[in-house]
Write a protein that binds this ligand. Structure first.
Ligand code: GLA
Length: 378
């Protein structure tokens, strides 16, 4: 089928900041584990599990339905749900009754990535429908729009939905999903975006995590309260990586101030998975209100790295990563990271205070693992 003619592009302007997600959004998204098998009971169960597991108390609030909820359009052009979602308004009410928020998904193209109905030519109408249902978050995925538009059109196309969401009057977090194309970090905030994807899709294995996670530091300076780089959703607990690799995943995302959107089956998760997702010390770094960028130093190309991030209270997060396939010693020289001989630091995975002395600190870091310390203000 021939793609339709592109829509006329709006004149560029700055969409006002919606004031939402002053710290990176936290919650759950259906895609990484359930993909197109998501349905109403799965979403309700995820909401229940967020509460019963303690994830909600740790800050995970958004319950986000990804692709595969969409039905056809009715005679008036209104988007409907497919039979897996009999009543979206009732689902939103259920999620809200738990003190949580509901997210949904669409595309500026005629079809979503999964081949479902997109919002092409129905942007204002769909935004109104979402608001009527009680939706709190929209992930807007480029998908088939790539057949109609060039990368230079990303900004006006995303602006159109940014305006449409704001015109509803309902606070709706706006998540741009364009795989990092068009240097989105330069203009994502101006279309009303609260977060924007900086990469292609993550997968549940070390190569994917390594390729995505270690490439994000250079654009860290584009984050600001309300507007976040999104290196994609978490794979923690999906089974394809070791506990240490998932700890590295969580540590990288926290240092990058990435959205923390769990992507596992919350009803069936191990103690280790829950401990990783609810690590309050790491969550505090992710959510640090100062939103300062991370600094990355490669110590040995492809093997060991040192990352640091200044935090609002004057303390410093220092992470020693080992990307190699054998345990390796990793050394930080305090002069290198601008601190004066600290005497103590907190290890954020063992939750123990570590006595420090001298001009350096060396940890033996396991394969694909990390040691992260928080040093008090010096
Ligand atoms: C794209 C997105 C994913 C997911 C799928 C759904 O690949 O990048 O995050 O939303 O589409 O079809």
């Amino acid at each position: 089928m021939q793609p339709p003619a592109p829509l006329p592009l709006p004149k560029l302007h700055d969409v006002p900041d919606n004031g939402l997600v002053r710290t990176p959004p936290m919650g759950w998204n259906s895609w990484n584990h359930f993909a197109s098998k998501v349905n109403d009971p799965v979403v309700r169960a995820a909401a229940d599990a967020l509460v019963s597991s303690g994830l909600k108390d740790a800050g995970y609030l958004y319950v986000n339905i990804d692709d595969a909820w969409e039905g056809e359009r009715d005679a008036q052009g209104n988007i409907t749900t497919n039979k897996k979602f009999p009543d979206m308004k009732a689902l939103a009410a259920y999620v809200h009754s738990k003190g949580l928020k509901l997210g949904i998904y669409s595309s500026p193209g005629p079809k979503t990535c999964g081949g479902y109905e997109g919002s092409f030519g129905h942007e204002e109408q769909d935004a109104k429908t979402y608001a009527r249902w009680g939706i709190d978050y929209l992930k807007y995925d480029w998908c088939s729009a790539s057949a109609l538009y060039k990368d230079t059109d990303l900004r006006p196309v995303y602006q159109k939905m940014g305006d449409a969401l704001q015109a509803t009057g309902r606070p709706i977090v706006y998540s741009l999903c364009e795989y990092g194309n068009g240097d989105v970090w330069n203009w994502g905030a101006s279309v009303g975006g609260n977060l924007w994807r900086t990469t292609g899709d993550i997968a549940d294995h070390w190569q994917s995590l390594e390729e995505i996670g270690f490439r994000q530091a250079a654009i860290s300076r584009y984050i600001q309260p309300g507007h976040w780089n999104d290196p994609d959703m978490l794979e923690v607990g999906n089974g394809g990586m070791t506990k240490e690799e998932y700890q590295t995943h969580m540590t990288l995302w926290a240092l990058l101030a990435a959205p923390l959107l769990a992507g596992n089956d919350l009803q069936h998760m191990s103690r280790d998975t829950l401990d990783i997702l609810t690590n309050r010390d790491l969550i505090a770094i992710d959510q640090d209100p100062a939103a300062r960028p991370v600094q990355r130093t490669v110590l040995q190309e492809g093997k060991t790295e040192l990352w640091t991030r200044q935090l609002q209270d004057g303390s410093l997060a220092v992470a020693l990563f080992n990307r190699g396939d054998q345990p390796a010693p990793v050394t930080v020289k305090w002069s290198q990271v601008g601190v004066k001989a600290p005497t103590t630091g907190r290890n954020l995975w063992t939750h123990k205070d570590v006595p420090l002395s001298g001009n350096t600190y060396t940890a033996t870091v396991v394969k694909h693992g990390v040691v992260i310390l928080r040093l008090p203000k010096s």
